[in-house]
Design a protein around this ligand. Structure first.
Ligand SMILES: [Zn+2]
Length: 339
């Protein structure tokens, strides 16, 4: 059942939602940890269950934390989602559309009403724990170029060396959960099959989360030290498998490319293997140019339905800006203490 606040906002429309989602300048809040945004990714929820049974096992932090299972209904049946992908359901226009009544749209409204920056238990930072069937290792996904997000990601990269996928400017993929909080990112760990708990994935997830909380704590107390440069992988476009006229696949990811996320791909490199065994080389899509690209989410199981076999990115090393640290410090200063 949606909360009264969520129901009211669904009726009142966009203005009410904008008010709910805009963080008050002086309002304090907690850090929201989300797992199970996709119901068939079990590692984050496994950690949450263990921590809730024994709070002493929670990552050590001075910050007040809120733990939420993103999509409990999908988790209960072991599916990514029931009616639509929850992590594509946070567009303000969708949230404000009273006609949008899918279970996940309602769940998005509920999460914001409960734990949004102006929610019943306000949270200012959202860290969303995911796993992937692709060989992404321990990695981060950042949406757009919000300074506080970039500072948090830079702190994590300085600490653990994690690669970062910067997703932006893709009209086909919008409405990500963490975008509705003033600061947030995704911790994405793989490879692990859907529906499988894997101790290495648990350990990597916990490690990245501990590092994120440490960076936030440092920002809150004026001790934030960021590396000089940030290396990011900027989304360019998505590629589908080669297909026949009837849309059936006529190839698979090439064995020389499979499992090689974050490694450069140049024109002419093997990319797909055709059904008759022929190698189909990489040809840059129009507008991408001949420079190397860095594929990510190669053969991610959940992206098949979206017509995505891999995403192409371009690596960028850029100087960390002082303004990023200041933006994160401003958010972190309003985070409340544990206990
Ligand atoms: Zn996911």
């Amino acid at each position: 059942m949606p909360s009264p606040v969520a129901s009211l906002c669904a009726r009142l429309g966009k203005r009410a939602w904008e008010k709910l989602m805009v963080a008050g300048e002086n309002r304090t809040g907690k850090v929201l940890l989300v797992a199970g945004t996709h119901g068939n990714e079990l590692n984050g929820p496994w950690l949450f269950d263990a921590w809730q049974r024994d709070p002493g096992r929670l990552p050590d932090s001075d910050l007040a934390l809120v733990l939420a299972i993103g999509n409990p209904a999908a988790r209960a049946v072991g599916r990514r989602y029931l009616e639509r992908d929850l992590n594509r359901s946070f567009d303000p226009d969708r949230l404000a559309d009273a006609g949008a009544r899918e279970l996940e749209t309602g769940r998005a409204r509920q999460l914001l009403a409960d734990h949004g920056p102006e929610g019943a238990e306000p949270c200012l930072v959202a860290i969303d724990l995911h796993s992937t069937t692709a060989s992404m290792g321990n990695s981060l996904v950042v949406y757009g170029q919000r300074p506080a997000d970039l500072a948090l990601a830079a702190g994590l990269q300085g600490d653990l060396g994690l690669p970062i996928y910067l997703h932006e400017a893709d009209a086909a993929q919008t409405g990500f959960l963490v975008e509705r909080w003033p600061c947030g990112l995704v911790i994405e760990v793989g490879p692990v099959a859907q529906g499988v708990v894997n101790p290495a994935i648990l350990q990597q997830t916990r490690l990245a989360l501990e590092s994120a909380l440490a960076v936030l704590a440092q920002a809150r107390t004026g001790r934030l030290r960021l590396p000089r440069r940030l290396v990011t992988h900027h989304h360019l476009c998505s590629l589908d498998l080669p297909r026949h006229g009837d849309r059936s696949a006529r190839g698979v990811i090439h064995p020389l490319r499979h499992g090689r996320d974050w490694q450069p791909l140049r024109p002419g490199d093997p990319l797909f293997l055709g059904e008759t065994g022929e190698t189909l080389p990489y040809e840059p899509p129009s507008g991408i140019g001949p420079d190397p690209v860095w594929p990510v989410f190669i053969n991610e199981a959940a992206y098949g339905e979206k017509g995505i076999a891999l995403n192409l990115t371009r690596r960028r090393s850029w100087p960390v800006q002082q303004g990023w640290a200041e933006a994160l410090a401003a958010q972190a200063a309003r985070l409340t203490s544990a206990g």
